[in-house]
Design a protein around this ligand. Structure first.
Ligand SMILES: Cc1cc2nc3c(=O)[nH]c(=O)nc-3n(C[C@H](O)[C@H](O)[C@H](O)COP(=O)(O)OP(=O)(O)OC[C@H]3O[C@@H](n4cnc5c(N)ncnc54)[C@H](O)[C@@H]3O)c2cc1C
Length: 433
């Protein structure tokens, strides 16, 4: 029997170092992001990345032969909880999205040549990447509907399609494109992934889509989401990642651990917002007391603490199932944390904004940025509704409808059955009466 919530002391030391490092060195940089720009930020972060490498914590999500740690999902989750507290920290630790996920795809499915050409420079920070799957004209929540095609022509693939929300697409050196290569195959075997140099003729970056995060369009900013046209883009046959038709399989292998990391990062953000909520409640005075003495605010604090704890335990449990039993066994747990974690993040940040009043709505605090981040979390990597439907489907596999249409717990039916079962007893008792 083992049932243990402790972290091994050696890894706890690493976590303690990370927590202090992120707070003391990285948080202050957040206030200078606009002044520094992406290149300035990279220069500022470079010495941090060296320290992270020396500690053996760089790109920890990858296997040891690629310079990672092979930590497994529970340890990675605990790490991401700390790194998630700052949008800059993942850059300093070599696991910023979308490069981290793309490096996992290349590690998983890339040929030796692709690893040499794309993966190693990506890990060294010399290249930037993007993942180009979602299309404006088909539902991203059902990627079996993808329309972008890659057609074989001699030694080349010819790609045609229209994508958007390709994060970092406008600054990427290469894109991983999901395209239909086998239109007549079964739905989940139709698509493949191809790695495409961003300067290949026929790639047209139409714009960076203005969003809640950046309402005014600015082209070429780190973290933007590009709208991309692929017009007769010719790439060599070797651009295929993994076997033909394996696009969904690879995407799933990338997305499942990625969702655990997202959820732990969200908990890092939620905790930071929660700390601000608690701090505010102790100094803001209104209607005869500090906010901390008003029951609504006490409820916010208690509910947030309980919900974050629930989300944390659920997420670490999902990570543990993944480590011990593999992806298939963890599917339901990962779908559960994706929508539950996003809701907890949203609700905790929302309460913190409310407790700060106008200040919470202003950019004088990071809460409004957290709020926008929380809203996106309910959409990307599968909207809430899709994950809820997936959980319900998996749960319902353990049930069946009663053959006679009568609910199993129907009291009159059970009473009749019990009377038959205990007929002798009932007769004795009635006879004694
Ligand atoms: C910040 C951000 C970054 C992103 N980065 C990338 C990226 O780098 N690369 C990339 O390829 N994509 C990226 N995306 C796109 C993202 O993956 C898609 O937005 C997502 O998959 C949803 O697809 P969609 O936008 O087409 O919405 P749709 O599929 O049109 O869904 C719209 C809504 O329909 C409802 N819905 C869908 N299915 C069901 C159902 N079964 N039951 C009930 N309701 C349902 C949901 O409410 C859903 O929100 C990003 C998105 C965001 C917001």
């Amino acid at each position: 029997m083992s049932w243990d919530f402790s972290t091994d002391p050696e890894f706890q030391e690493k976590l303690d170092w990370m927590r202090e490092f992120v707070r003391e060195r990285i948080w202050p940089l957040e206030t200078l992001i606009d002044e520094l720009g992406y290149d300035g930020l990279k220069r500022a972060v470079a010495p941090f990345a060296d320290e992270v490498r020396e500690r053996g914590l760089w790109a920890a999500h990858l296997d040891p032969e690629l310079g990672g740690q092979g930590f497994g999902q529970v340890k990675l989750g605990l790490m991401h909880e700390i790194l998630g507290t700052s949008p800059i920290a993942p850059l300093a630790f070599g696991n910023a999205a979308p490069d981290s996920g793309n490096s996992e795809i290349l590690a998983l499915a890339g040929s030796e040549e692709q690893k040499e050409r794309y993966l190693h420079p990506l890990l060294a920070g010399d290249l930037k990447s993007a993942f180009s799957m979602t299309e404006p004209d088909t539902a991203g929540s059902d990627p079996t509907l993808l329309q972008t095609s890659a057609v074989r022509d001699g030694d080349e693939w010819v790609i045609n399609g229209h994508k958007w929300f390709t994060s970092n697409g406008s600054i990427a050196d290469f894109l991983i494109v999901m395209a239909v290569t086998d239109p007549d195959a079964r739905p989940h075997q139709r698509a493949s992934m191809l790695v495409v140099d961003a300067d290949t003729p026929g790639i047209r970056i139409e714009r960076d889509v203005a969003t809640m995060e950046h309402p005014n369009e600015t082209f070429g900013r780190y973290g933007n989401h590009a709208e991309v046209f692929y017009e007769n883009v010719r790439v060599p046959a070797q651009a295929l990642l993994g076997p033909q038709g394996a696009g969904f399989l690879i995407a799933q292998q990338r997305l499942y651990p990625g969702r655990i990391h997202h959820c732990m990062r969200w908990l890092g953000v939620a905790r930071r917002a929660f700390d601000m909520l608690c701090e505010r409640s102790l100094y803001r005075y209104a209607h005869g007391s500090t906010l901390s003495k008003h029951q609504t605010v006490q409820n916010w604090i208690a509910d947030s603490e309980a919900e974050m704890q629930a989300a944390r335990l659920m997420t670490l449990h999902a990570a543990w199932v993944m480590d011990t039993e593999g992806v298939a066994a963890a599917r339901k747990h990962i779908a559960m944390i994706k929508f539950y974690g996003a809701k907890v993040l949203h609700d905790v940040v929302d309460r913190a904004v409310q407790a700060h009043g106008a200040l919470g709505y202003s950019t004088d605090l990071p809460l409004e940025a957290m709020y926008r981040y929380a809203r996106a979390a309910r959409i990307y990597d599968g909207p809430d509704e899709v994950h809820r439907a997936s959980v319900a489907r998996q749960v319902l596999r353990g049930y069946e409808a009663p053959a006679d249409g009568v609910p199993t717990q129907h009291v009159p039916t059970r009473r009749d059955a019990a009377r038959r079962q205990f007929a002798d007893l009932l007769e004795t008792i009635t006879a004694n009466d």
